[in-house]
Design a binder for this molecule. Structure first.
Ligand code: ADP
Ligand code: ADP
Length: 221
């Protein structure tokens, strides 16, 4: 249901270039949790960005339920990103002028129910699940880093994405919050038979994955 074939990414800077992804192939089933580990600079973030439609690869194909992500125009890719893919990054990247509720509902602009009540109720539910029931109307700058991260996780889940791409989602959270977030992600995975692809340095988390893959100098092993 989620496949990448022969992915290549070359960065050019000045007269130099670096091959950050070299012939990366991966196929992930529904309901599967794949952990990606690897040293800093091995290409993990580049891989997630290309898989999620944020950065165009130099070569190769990304298929999400048979839709060829990089063959679409910007609009088509934005639709896929907002309806089928949930991103959780190291940095929360919330919109500062929207409340928590507004940030979580933002991807709903791309789903048929838009900003209707059903979606608002769902957003409230998700914020409750990440422990922010009392912060619905707070703005990002009123939240701690850990809280902002949890808002971003709720936002990533609002459209029941079939692929969740997570880059160190619990990186700087305390153990208790980390456990709650992992529980939420894995429950979501089972309920919606989604796919979870997570970059992590945490070997305890990696051990809970169905598969652990290692990135090494742009190659996936
Ligand atoms: P990781 O996430 O595993 O730390 P990255 O995907 O960030 O690895 O980086 C892979 C390689 O590509 C590294 O050598 C990094 O320096 C290089 N790189 C990443 N982003 C850029 C960029 N925007 N321009 C040039 N080189 C980059
Ligand atoms: P964490 O353990 O998640 O890092 P903090 O110690 O940063 O939490 O924050 C503790 C409390 O202070 C939280 O309830 C948070 O909402 C509040 N808080 C943190 N930063 C701010 C801020 N800039 N403005 C208002 N409230 C804040």
């Amino acid at each position: 249901m989620f496949t990448v074939k022969e992915l290549q990414k070359i960065y050019h800077f000045g007269t130099e270039s670096i091959e950050a992804l070299q012939n990366v192939n991966l196929s992930v089933k529904r309901g599967e949790f794949v952990a990606i580990i690897g040293h800093s600079g091995s290409g993990k973030s580049t891989l997630l960005s290309v898989m999620g439609g944020l950065m165009r690869p130099t070569g190769g194909v990304v298929l999400i339920e048979d839709e060829d992500l990089w063959a679409k125009n910007d609009r088509g890719r934005a639709r896929i990103r907002n309806t089928k893919v949930g991103f959780i990054f190291q940095f929360a990247s919330l919109i500062p002028t929207l409340t928590c509720l507004g940030n979580v509902m933002l991807p709903c602009l791309f789903n048929p129910k838009g900003l209707q009540w059903a979606n608002q109720e769902k957003a409230q539910q998700l914020l409750q699940q990440v422990g922010l029931a009392d912060k619905l109307h707070a703005y990002p700058n009123e939240l701690s880093g850990g809280q902002q991260r949890r808002v971003a996780i709720a936002r990533a889940l609002i459209n029941n994405p079939i692929v969740i791409l997570a880059d160190e989602p619990t990186g700087d959270l305390d153990e208790e919050t980390e456990a709650e977030i992992m529980k939420l992600l894995l429950t979501n995975l089972r309920q919606h038979q989604a796919t979870l692809i997570m970059v992590t340095h945490n070997l305890d988390i990696a051990q809970r994955a169905d598969r652990v893959l290692q990135m090494k100098k742009g190659r996936l092993q």
